[in-house]
Design a protein around this ligand. Structure first.
Ligand code: 5GP
Ligand code: ZN
Length: 114
């Protein structure tokens, strides 16, 4: 998608600190980390929000959580704990309209979130 920030990062047109890639996903460090580990796991397919997910994306979404646990192990936060968050639309604070999953860890986190 032409004017999408995350499509440009996936294409390498905008630099990022990549931590993981496979045929469906691209993952990189968040530019404004909210925890010692803050990685964005981004499907390569441009979908604007979680609301666009359909049965056709079952494998894609499954692969997100598999990648999250792989990355968490590699980053050394698997045993201490981590959180995977996807924000959808205004009330959740979504700012980039290409779906992505935040992988956060390295510090205790409050619940409920703010
Ligand atoms: P959202 O608020 O949509 O759930 O998350 C968007 C995330 O993208 C934010 O955590 C923000 O810091 C991150 N972000 C925005 N622009 C860039 C960028 O150019 N590079 C990287 N690595 N992260 C970005
Ligand atoms: Zn995109």
């Amino acid at each position: 998608m032409k004017d999408c920030l995350f499509c440009k990062i996936i294409a390498g047109e905008i630099p990022s600190r990549k931590v993981y890639e496979d045929k469906r996903l691209f993952a990189f460090e968040d530019i404004k980390p909210q925890a010692p580990t803050h990685i964005l796991i981004v499907p390569k397919q441009h979908l604007e929000t979680l609301l666009e997910i359909s049965d056709a994306h079952n494998e894609l979404i499954g692969s997100v959580f598999l990648a999250a646990s792989k990355i968490a192990r590699k980053q050394g936060i698997a045993q201490s704990g981590f959180r995977v968050v996807a924000n959808c639309n205004q009330d959740a604070g979504q700012t980039v309209f290409h779906i992505h999953f935040h992988l956060l860890g390295g510090r205790p986190m409050a619940w409920p979130p703010g």
